[in-house]
Design a protein around this ligand. Structure first.
Ligand SMILES: CC(C)(COP(=O)(O)OP(=O)(O)OC[C@H]1O[C@@H](n2cnc3c(N)ncnc32)[C@H](O)[C@@H]1OP(=O)(O)O)[C@@H](O)C(=O)NCCC(=O)NCCS
Length: 178
């Protein structure tokens, strides 16, 4: 879908552009970043990434933004995959440049996207999955208002060992009460 620009105190969310493809390729080459992501091996080619951006922008039930700092640095992406029948969305985020981690920017981006989902799209529920070793991610999601709903034991096999995956969710009524 065509997403609007959303402005926060320290960041701005703007729609994805084809010219963002090289940044994605750079981010996906960094295993420090991809160890937290589903897209893990084989970084995409520029052509694949351009195709991915085109597809994302074309999908009606997809809302995805680029996260920019207010001084113009492009640092990552946040998005929602929407299931309109259930008024539910799956949330995903990453800041591709680790220098920007741990400064509250991911939480701010998440709050903007979640507020958009509940207030503008009138959704009922947002959910996500996070690897149990991603403590930073889980802390950020809790600050947004997500609650832990479940643990998929040994769900992921990576680097020679099994890891749990955590399911988190937030309901519209919970967001209203925050
Ligand atoms: C997950 C992510 C979006 C969070 O955004 P962020 O801007 O880094 O998070 P915030 O700074 O808003 O909050 C992080 C919290 O974790 C804490 N934290 C930071 N570094 C930490 C670390 N190494 N270990 C544990 N906690 C840490 C921070 O103190 C903060 O909690 P607090 O406010 O209670 O002190 C971002 O770190 C990221 O993109 N990481 C890599 C990719 C990724 O994990 N994507 C999500 C996949 S599910």
């Amino acid at each position: 879908m065509r997403v609007p620009i959303l402005k926060g105190k320290n960041i701005v969310l703007r729609p994805l552009r084809l010219s963002d493809a090289p940044a994605f390729c750079r981010w996906f080459k960094n295993s420090e970043v991809t160890r937290f992501l589903k897209r893990y091996e084989d970084p995409p080619t520029l052509q694949e990434e351009r195709k991915y951006i085109q597809e994302q922008n074309r999908k009606r039930d997809n809302a995805q933004w680029i996260i920019m700092t207010t001084d113009g640095a492009m640092i990552g992406t946040v998005g929602l995959t929407i299931y309109p029948v259930h008024r539910r969305a799956v949330y995903g985020i990453f800041i591709g440049d680790p220098r920007y981690w741990g400064q509250g920017l991911g939480t701010e981006a998440g709050r903007l996207a979640v507020a958009f989902a509940f207030r503008r799209l009138r959704l009922h529920r947002i959910e996500l999955r996070v690897y149990a070793y991603n403590i930073r991610g889980m802390k950020s999601y809790k600050k947004i208002g997500f609650r832990t709903e479940g643990r998929l034991r040994d769900h992921l096999y990576r680097d020679g060992t099994y890891h749990d995956e955590i399911v988190m969710g937030i309901l519209r009524s919970e967001f209203r009460n925050l």
